[in-house]
Ligand binder design. Structure first.
Ligand code: C2E
Ligand code: MG
Ligand code: MG
Length: 717
């Protein structure tokens, strides 16, 4: 150990060992002092001492290095105060207190202006050491903390941003324990702003069903990529769930171990709602809210598969409104739309909850019945639909009547293969059959229909040649006067002796004839043929008895009525065949008349001017407003057989038939009941005062030859 006492005398000339030691100590002290001064000079802390008179007794060089001030710049007390930031001037009072209180200490931060005029944050440690004789004043340490304050400020700004954002921001430790939640996240979880996050973990916020996803997808991705981005569902404190878009980042320590997770979660419920609205729009009809064609085909595909698995049956009901166009044209589209909505609502009341009702097209609805033991169990559903729609609809001020024709497709074997599209096509074909057979009824698809649908083109080509090849026939059905019980007239009904298919009814080919326009030449043939036949009968009857001659009823289709040459053609045929126009009645269905009310009224007027009479056929199925009837110059109403059908059994049908008969009589018209099939119906019609009847119960359509016999025997009913 170095010991001054152990040193040999070094020959000092100016004193003895005492003095030498003192000198050495002094030299040591001076060296120490020097060291301290050097330390002070190199310190980045500025140090100064102010005595109780306010004078600076020490200023460290750092003051100049940090702030640019020379000691003399700070001699003046007022200048010292002026270097404080205006917001920190409050410090002056505390300093004054400190100066008056020996031993007092003040640790604070303040902004101090440097010589260049810029403010810097400094941390100040100020102690009143007047009682320490070595200092004898107030010792001030000041060091620059601008950088730290800037960092803090930056962090505050970030935190402010986090707190202000609507996104949820959270930080957890490696175990998922929540360490930080921004204001939005706290609100979401239901935590007060200052409430502790203790005990909350990240997984508390996600529903249990997502746990598998965490294990299988998120955690491996976080481990591998240190981040994950995707959609999750967040669970609220109250159990509600919110879809969120999520960005999770892994923060690792220096050794690469996971230290924190941070996450930013963006509420996407609006976008999701919008997406699902879009999806709904893509699969639903905007007017009625029913599934549209796309969704129907989708569901039908699923249903076919399910039915195969469960060995259950399904049925497709293709429902086409009868003469909806008339409603639209006569009452306006707003009423039409409202009617469609009302129909959609009514359909819901007659099908089972699990069945699908879709809007397939303008006035087409498709009902899919599932889980049937037998496909035919769907037929009562078809009956219910027809019955439900027959009840009038109240739309605004109008009372609207609408019928529906239904085609039913019943896939035959649960195990057989068929496609959704095939079923719809079959049901559609059956629907056309229902229309052709008089509307407001259902038909089940059968394979013959498939053949007829497939061979439609053949029909068209064969029909073009049918007249020339003399394949067309006419049957005649007696119309009986219900007062006298005798034959009052005959309706000519067309048949086609098809070379391969046998005898076809109008239902099998009339639509093709209509669509191709072939009905015009065919109709002329019917007119001419039947008028010739009538002339023969008239001659025969008047030759044998003094009974009134029978009247001939001939059907005209829409296409014929619209044909410009119709009136001339009819006049020509009447003349050529020497037929008394008064014996000819032309039948036009109500729906055809309603298609263009003004044009129909005009055409009927011209026809009647020839001397023929006019009947409204299938009355009651196509009307939306009875007021139109007044506009048509007609002589007879033929009550549609769908109403006659329920006579005596269905009070609704009886009411309708009564109403039609009364209406006809009030308008000065005669009423004819179509489709009289039973004695009970006949009795009821007589009771109701119906003028005439036609139907299988009275006489079936038969050949001209058979009519000869009937006319000769003069039967009564
Ligand atoms: P429509 O004018 O209403 O003729 C009555 C239809 O009802 C006939 O069918 C007739 O056979 C059938 N019918 C008669 N009594 C009964 C009954 O008691 N029960 C049932 N279920 N049905 C009965 P058809 O002959 O098949 O004719 C169907 C439709 O085809 C006719 O209905 C008519 O609109 C149209 N049509 C027939 N012949 C011609 C024609 O020469 N020209 C035009 N344009 N259309 C025709
Ligand atoms: Mg008719
Ligand atoms: Mg009819």
């Amino acid at each position: 150990m170095h010991d001054a006492t152990a040193r040999p005398d070094d020959g000092d000339v100016s004193g003895g060992p005492e003095l030498r030691r003192a000198r050495e100590e002094l030299a040591g002290a001076l060296a120490e002092l020097d060291r301290v001064r050097a330390l002070l000079e190199h310190s980045t802390d500025a140090t100064l001492v102010v005595d109780d008179g306010g004078r600076l007794t020490y200023v460290s060089p750092a003051l100049q290095q940090i702030f640019g001030y020379r000691p003399e710049d700070l001699l003046d007390e007022s200048r010292r105060a002026a270097i404080l930031h205006p917001d920190d001037v409050v410090l002056v009072t505390r300093l004054t207190e400190l100066f008056a209180t020996p031993g007092a200490v003040l640790e604070t931060e303040a902004r101090v202006r440097d010589a260049a005029g810029a403010y810097r944050w400094v941390e100040l440690d100020i102690r009143n050491l007047v009682d320490d004789p070595r200092i004898g004043g107030v010792l001030v340490h000041a060091w620059d903390i601008s950088r730290r304050r800037r960092a803090e400020h930056d962090r505050e700004r970030l935190t402010d941003l986090f707190e202000a954002t609507h996104d949820l921001v959270g930080i957890t430790d490696a175990a998922g324990k929540l360490l930080y939640c921004n204001a939005s996240a706290r609100r979401f979880v239901g935590l007060a702003p200052t409430e502790s996050l203790d005990g909350l973990t990240m997984l508390d916020l996600f529903p249990a069903d997502d746990e598998d996803r965490w294990a299988a997808e998120l955690l491996p991705a976080l481990e591998r990529d240190s981040m994950w981005h995707g959609e999750l569902t967040l669970r609220h404190g109250d159990g509600r769930e919110t879809p969120v878009l999520c960005q999770i980042i892994v923060h690792r320590d220096a050794d690469g171990a996971i230290e924190f997770f941070s996450g930013v979660l963006h509420d996407i419920s609006e976008r999701k709602a919008f997406e699902s609205r879009l999806a709904h729009q893509a699969t639903h009809d905007p007017l009625t809210g029913l599934p549209n064609r796309t969704l129907l085909l989708d569901r039908l595909g699923d249903a076919i598969e399910r039915a195969g698995r469960r060995s259950s049956r399904l049925a497709v009901l293709f429902c086409d409104l009868d003469h909806f166009k008339v409603v639209n044209d006569s009452l306006g589209h707003a009423v039409g739309d409202e009617l469609l909505r009302a129909i959609a609502r009514r359909l819901h009341t007659v099908v089972r909850p699990g069945d699908t009702i879709a809007r397939f097209g303008g006035d087409e609805f498709v009902v899919l019945c599932e889980d049937l033991r037998d496909g035919r169990d769907a037929l009562p559903v078809a009956d219910r639909i027809i019955a439900a729609l027959l009840e009038p609809f109240r739309v605004g001020d109008a009372e609207v009547f609408i019928g529906v024709s239904i085609g039913v497709a019943l896939p035959e074997h649960a195990g057989s293969r068929f496609e959704a599209g095939d079923l719809i096509r079959d049901a559609d074909a059956a629907m056309y059959r229902a229309k052709a057979r008089g509307r407001s009824r259902w038909e089940v698809f059968d394979n013959a229909m498939r053949a007829s649908a497939v061979d439609r083109l053949d029909i068209e080509q064969a029909l073009r040649r049918a007249v020339d090849r003399r394949e067309l026939r006419l049957l005649y059905q007696p119309i009986v006067d219900l007062g006298t019980g005798r034959i009052a007239g005959l309706e000519a009904l067309l048949r086609w002796e098809h070379p391969d298919r046998g005898l076809l009814s109008p239902a099998d080919f009339m639509h093709v004839a209509e669509e191709t326009g072939l009905i015009v030449p065919i109709g002329l043939w019917v007119l001419e043929q039947s008028c010739r036949q009538l002339s023969r009968w008239t001659a025969a009857v008047s030759a044998t008895a003094s009974t009134p001659p029978v009247r001939l009823s001939i059907n005209l289709s829409g296409r014929q009525l619209a044909h410009a040459g119709l009136v001339t053609d009819v006049a020509g045929i009447l003349a050529d065949t020497h037929t008394a126009p008064a014996l000819v009645e032309l039948e036009i269905t109500e729906s055809v008349l309603m298609e263009d009310v003004a044009a129909s009224a005009q055409a009927l007027g011209s026809l009647r001017a020839l001397g023929v009479t006019v009947a409204v056929d299938d009355f009651g199925t196509g009307y939306s407003s009875l007021s139109y009837l007044r506009q048509f110059p007609v002589d007879r109403l033929k009550v549609d057989r769908s109403f006659v059908n329920g006579l005596g059994t269905d009070p609704g049908d009886s009411a309708i038939v009564t109403a039609i008969i009364t209406l006809a009589h009030n308008l000065g018209l005669r009423a004819v009941a179509e489709g009289v099939e039973t004695a009970a119906q006949l009795t009821e019609l007589r009771r109701l005062g119906c003028d005439q009847g036609q139907g299988f119960h009275l006489a079936r359509p038969c050949s001209a030859h058979d009519i000869d016999g009937l006319l000769a025997t003069r039967p009564t009913w």
